[in-house]
Design a protein around this ligand. Structure first.
Ligand code: NAP
Length: 340
């Protein structure tokens, strides 16, 4: 991380213009958008809201198989839930569990009056259709916001449960006072988990949004139009400075685990942090953005880890508390999420 990096608010930095394909200018003093203080505040708010509910909100997490990354995510989600005063149970289903057995377990939890929120940890193993599993979930307990009813509400501009990662990105941008109205935003990635719901949220906030994917032509040029670039593609260090308009804000959603320099793309092999972490720990977490390169031109950038990740967890807890309040009649039946 460069010495010029600092955390704080973005002070009305208007992007400088570059011609298509032109080498990027440098932009002095990038701001690092640290997710930790925002997640802490959201956690405290959730804790205060949960404390007003008896019995406490209850979250059930389904974990299928033994994928190490999924196990880590579930452990950090349930730990954060408990810290916020939310009861969190993990239902572990062995690898090879049939789609019918998984759906039966989800239906059972959906019918259980003691369960307020349900999360099905993705990705599922091959052979499972995530849409069929999500269809079997009670939409009133869908704290990940992926059931078609919640997706529809979001796209109609009256969200109930907003998917946690895009909701967290909005909370982060609002915390650092990143202007959205009238700005050009590019979502790099069109998944149902991140890119698509993010596009709906940014559109609702009056940004002009382009969604890119693996078939997008002239990808760096399209990304360079963005005042706000959000990368969620699962490709380590893919976004380099030539994707970024000088003065843009860059949000890195990607979480990629590298265990050797051979797994790293050429550009990341030059990163001191990557080289050092692999040498000393034998592994490193990197985003979809080449941080060192992009920090030379962006006005603001999220780190990996420590940027979007903590907010995804915080939003899950927030959604679980909201689910409990909605089910118990202490919130409007369908209301705008406070996250938007
Ligand atoms: P996903 O479902 O695999 O979707 C990836 C998207 O990226 C797809 O739309 C794909 O395009 C696009 N893409 C892939 N390669 C591309 C390329 N070379 N050029 C342009 N577009 C490309 O992934 P996801 O679930 O959205 O996750 C994306 C990343 O975010 C992963 O690293 C994941 O681990 C991370 N993530 C982090 C958090 C967090 O809390 N920080 C939460 C969720 C996900 P097509 O549609 O054309 O295939």
């Amino acid at each position: 991380m460069s010495n010029a990096c600092r955390t704080g608010r973005i002070r009305g930095s208007r992007p400088r213009r570059t011609g298509p394909g032109a080498p990027p200018d440098t932009f002095p003093g990038v701001i690092v958008l640290d997710g930790a203080p925002v997640a802490k505040r959201l956690g405290e708010e959730a804790r205060a809201a949960a404390a007003g509910l008896s019995p406490p909100p209850a979250l059930t997490v389904f974990l299928l198989g033994s994928d190490p990354a999924s196990q880590t995510y579930v452990a950090s989600k349930t730990r954060a839930a408990r810290e916020a005063g939310v009861r969190a149970d993990t239902v572990r289903l062995p690898s090879g569990t049939s789609p019918e057995a998984l759906r039966d377990a989800v239906v059972k939890a959906s019918r259980d009056p003691g369960v307020d929120g349900i999360l099905i940890q993705m990705p599922l193993e091959a052979g499972h259709d995530p849409r069929r599993v999500l269809d079997s979930l009670d939409p009133a307990k869908d704290v990940d916001g992926l059931h078609p009813e919640n997706v529809g509400l979001l796209h109609q501009g009256r969200p109930r449960f907003v998917p946690c990662t895009p909701a967290g990105i909005l909370a982060l941008l609002d915390h650092y006072q990143v202007a959205l109205s009238g700005r050009r935003a590019v979502a790099l990635g069109r998944s149902e988990l991140v890119g698509r719901p993010l596009a709906a949220l940014l559109t609702a906030r009056d940004a002009t949004v382009t969604v890119c994917h693996s078939r997008t032509r002239d990808l760096p040029a399209v990304c360079r139009e963005a005042d706000l670039l959000v990368a969620a593609i699962g490709r380590p260090g893919f976004v380099t400075a030539d994707f970024v308009r000088p003065g843009a804000t860059v949000v890195d959603v990607g979480i990629n685990r590298l265990q050797s320099l051979e797994e790293a793309p050429e550009n990341l092999r030059r990163s001191e942090r990557v080289v050092e972490a692999i040498r000393t720990k034998g592994r490193v977490l990197v985003g979809d953005v080449d941080f060192d390169d992009v920090a030379r031109v962006a006005a603001a950038i999220t780190p990996v880890p420590g940027g979007v990740g903590p907010l995804t967890v915080a939003m899950l807890i927030r959604n679980t508390v909201l689910a409990a309040r909605l089910r118990r009649g202490t919130a409007d039946s369908v209301r705008r999420s406070e996250a938007t």
